[in-house]
Structure formats: structure tokens, C-alpha cells
Write a protein that binds this ligand. Structure first.
Ligand SMILES: [Zn+2]
Length: 210
């Protein structure tokens, strides 16, 4: 509904709306009041997983962990503004397109949306670059009980280059909500390399300890 209201009016409504976390103070930074924004578990640093450098905005701690869970599993899509806002605090490299982490059709049906694509759309708009989705994800099986190598093998088999995909961008950014082991980012990166991408960066809202 809000997107049909003109942008100025939307800004006015936002400026008088209360913070989506504390519900008390006025919104100042991406749907949050100044205090709630400052108290997010900021990381704004690089973590390494599977020998890939991944830029992360926050640590996967309270309240960002709860916010991501609600955004991902409980349709609290209004948190997209805050989560994309956190990602935009990162010093991102020069890229030509954003590649959101794909999810399988089964997950899509279950959830109703791809949470990484929702964030990628906001980022793409803010950075004025396109979204690129050349890879499809097949059914995701549970990773529980698998060794590191089995897990990587299992995940790699899930990613497939779309038959119509051609190399269109050489410098891209993989975007995901949370990084834990990094094996899905690793698998997606392999496929993008197969397509001919030369610089593949990655960014996530939060990193969880393994
Ligand atoms: Zn607040």
C-alpha cells in the first residue's frame, strides 16, 4: 500500500512513525530511532569462510538475530528497510550487479518470497545497479550430520546455471542474509566462476559463529 503514496508523503509518514524496535522514539535511521540503530550489534568487517572474504554488517546477536528470523520466517517484511540499511553501511566494492542467494522452489512456496532477493532489490535501487539471477537452486536437503566436505558436495549439487544464462557481468556481489559456514556462498561462487565472472564479492547482514 505504502508504495502507492507519493515519496514525499511517505517520508513525512516515516518521520512521524515510531521506531520499529522500541516503538517509542521517532524513526531516524532506516525505520529505527537513533539509540536502537546505534545499539545494533555492528560488525562492519570482513569474515572469512571457505577461504572467501565476506563483508558483514552485524554479528548475529540480539536484536538482529530476532529481526532476521521474523523477516525470514514470519513475513515481517517491513524489516527490509532496516536490514538493507544495515548492508548499505558497508564499504562495498565497485560492482556491476547483485546476485541474491537463490532458494529452491520448495522453499519459495513454503516462505512466499526469497528474503535475499527482497534485500537485493532495495540495495539495487539504492546503488542504481541491476539484480542478476543466473543460477537456480534445486531442492535443499538437510545438512545435519554431514561432514564439511559432504556438506560442500551436497550444496554444490543444488546450484545450477540456468540454461538461458550467458555471462553478462564480470564484477558481482553475492548477497545473503546470514552467513554461518559459508558453504552456500562457496557453491554459488563456483557457478559464477563457471559462467566467467572475474570478481565475485560477498556481503551478508550478519555472521553467525560456526
Ligand atoms: Zn528505537
Amino acid at each position: 500500500m505504502l508504495q502507492f503514496i507519493n515519496p514525499l508523503l511517505h517520508k513525512v509518514i516515516q518521520s512521524i512513525s515510531p521506531c520499529v524496535l522500541c516503538g517509542i522514539d521517532r524513526q531516524q535511521h532506516h525505520s529505527l530511532c537513533r539509540d536502537c540503530w546505534q545499539q545494533l550489534p555492528w560488525s562492519k568487517s570482513m569474515v572469512q569462510r571457505q577461504e572467501i572474504d565476506i563483508q558483514v554488517a552485524c554479528h548475529y546477536d540480539y536484536p538482529i538475530d530476532r529481526i532476521i528470523q521474523k523477516f525470514k520466517y514470519e513475513q515481517h517484511l517491513h524489516f527490509q528497510n532496516l536490514l538493507a540499511g544495515a548492508l548499505l553501511q558497508l564499504r562495498l566494492p565497485k560492482i556491476q550487479a547483485i546476485v541474491p542467494m537463490p532458494i529452491s522452489n520448495e522453499r519459495l512456496v513454503e516462505r512466499g518470497y526469497n528474503q535475499s532477493l527482497v534485500l537485493a532489490k532495495m540495495m539495487a535501487k539504492a546503488l542504481n545497479i541491476p539484480i542478476w539471477q543466473p543460477i537456480t537452486r534445486l531442492q535443499q536437503h538437510s545438512q545435519k550430520g554431514l561432514s564439511r566436505l559432504e556438506r560442500i558436495d551436497n550444496i554444490e549439487q543444488q546450484f545450477q546455471i540456468n540454461s538461458t544464462s550467458k555471462l553478462r557481468y564480470r564484477r558481482v556481489l553475492i548477497l545473503d542474509d546470514v552467513v554461518t559456514t559459508g558453504s552456500s556462498i562457496y557453491a554459488l561462487k563456483q557457478k559464477l566462476e563457471e559462467l566467467g565472472c572475474q570478481k565475485i564479492y560477498a556481503a551478508c547482514v550478519a555472521s553467525a559463529e560456526i
